[in-house]
Design a protein around this ligand. Structure first.
Ligand code: FES
Length: 167
């Protein structure tokens, strides 16, 4: 792809993003809590809230960027970075916490850093902590790409990552 084509694609993306932000702002303009609804719609479309889109939204609504970031950072749901290809959720509910979830989370985090440092694709995994996922009998539990793994010990971190990469 030539530089001109690539620039043309970027400009086209910016134009369509602006149009979409404008449409969303009009769609929700008379609704209470419209900023949150618009941010939900943006995240549904982009997978996260890109900075440029947040900036466009601030202009469109005539509000400060700080207000947008206040909302984004207040709710755990909103993401400021693109989601990873694989999604790992470590349960930090009481039962899991008492059975070593923190250690498991730290081990997964360390393994992911090692993986990236050794040439793994950046952003391949998205690691997050969540509250009780409803299977306390399997504590500590982790959900990987929608599949629950339970009764894990810290040394399982490497195995989970290996199996997920192979899938
Ligand atoms: S506390 Fe982890 S599943 Fe309930």
């Amino acid at each position: 792809m030539t530089v001109e084509t690539e620039l043309g694609n970027i400009l086209e993306w910016v134009k369509s993003m602006r149009r979409r932000v404008h449409e969303l702002a009009r769609e929700w303009e008379d609704e209470e809590g419209n900023l949150i609804m618009i941010l939900h719609a943006i995240q549904n479309e982009f997978g996260y809230i890109p900075r440029g889109v947040a900036n466009e939204l601030a202009n469109e609504l005539g509000i400060n960027m700080a207000r947008i970031y206040e909302v984004i950072t207040f709710y755990n749901y909103f993401r400021l970075t693109p989601p990873g290809r694989h999604h790992i959720q470590v349960c930090m509910g009481t039962a899991c916490y008492l059975k070593g979830a923190m250690q498991l989370h730290d081990d997964l985090d360390r393994e992911l850093r090692l993986l990236e440092a050794s040439g793994g694709r950046e952003g391949e995994f998205q690691l997050e902590s969540v509250r009780c996922i409803g299977c306390c009998g399997m504590a500590p539990a982790v959900v990987v790409d929608g599949e629950t793994h339970g009764r894990l010990n810290p040394s399982d971190a490497r195995t989970i990552l290996k199996q997920t990469r192979r899938a």
